[in-house]
Design a protein around this ligand. Structure first.
Ligand code: ACO
Length: 173
């Protein structure tokens, strides 16, 4: 598939919010942009399945979820890395902005669902995804950006400038 420029896409949030500094550090074959309404067809779920079990809901339900997220402005920032040669997604990441009453009505950015296609790992794509998401969180006024990860991924996040703090608790339904 030929590369689709941002101007031809229906995006989750304005592309101008993505750090130009990080964009300029990407390989010329790689483009970073917000998730688009047609990204189901560009392998979005295939890349997510590198992270965990993904059940394909079908395109119609996927698009409905996209619109449900976009209906909540200033909350969901999902980005994708696209291979410009194929128009296929090779990396994904999300930061979700949580509003609070404490810290002077402060906000916290929650980084979620980071994944890079297996064949593309080790090329700094993960690092660039975290840099873009951290920028989106900080530019949204968040006083901190946090995430949960496995012990194996701690060194990766340390390379991205994150430090280990406290513990994660979970209760699965
Ligand atoms: N252990 C040690 N160092 C690591 C690891 C690791 N597991 N992963 C990356 N690094 C280092 C790299 O060597 C590199 O170091 P350098 O700057 O000294 O060369 C630096 O971290 C940046 O690495 P990238 O090349 O940007 O990493 P990559 O593009 O491969 O992405 C990622 C890393 C996202 C963890 C990828 O391996 C992946 O998709 N893994 C499977 C899914 C996953 O575990 N996602 C994270 C879940 S946690 C969450 O979503 C909040």
């Amino acid at each position: 598939m030929p590369f689709t420029p941002d101007s031809e896409l229906d995006l989750l949030f304005p592309a101008e919010l993505i750090s130009l500094e990080v964009k300029n550090q990407l390989h010329q074959d790689v483009h970073v942009r917000p998730l688009a309404a047609t990204d189901y067809r560009r392998g979005h779920l295939d890349v997510l399945s590198v992270l965990t079990v993904v059940t394909d809901p079908g395109e119609e339900a996927w698009v409905a979820q996209f619109h449900a997220m976009r209906a909540l402005p200033l909350t969901y920032y999902m980005i994708v890395m696209v291979d410009k040669n194929t128009d296929v997604i090779i990396g994904v990441g999300t930061v979700f902005i949580e509003r609070k009453f404490l810290r002077g009505l402060g906000s916290v950015g929650h980084i979620e669902d980071i994944a890079v296609d297996k064949k593309q790992q080790g090329k700094k794509l993960g690092l660039r995804i975290i840099q873009v998401l951290t920028g989106l969180s900080e530019n949204s006024g968040c006083y901190k950006t946090i995430l949960n990860c496995s012990n194996d991924n701690i060194p990766f996040y340390q390379k991205c400038g994150y430090v280990q703090k406290e513990n994660e608790m979970a209760k699965y339904a």
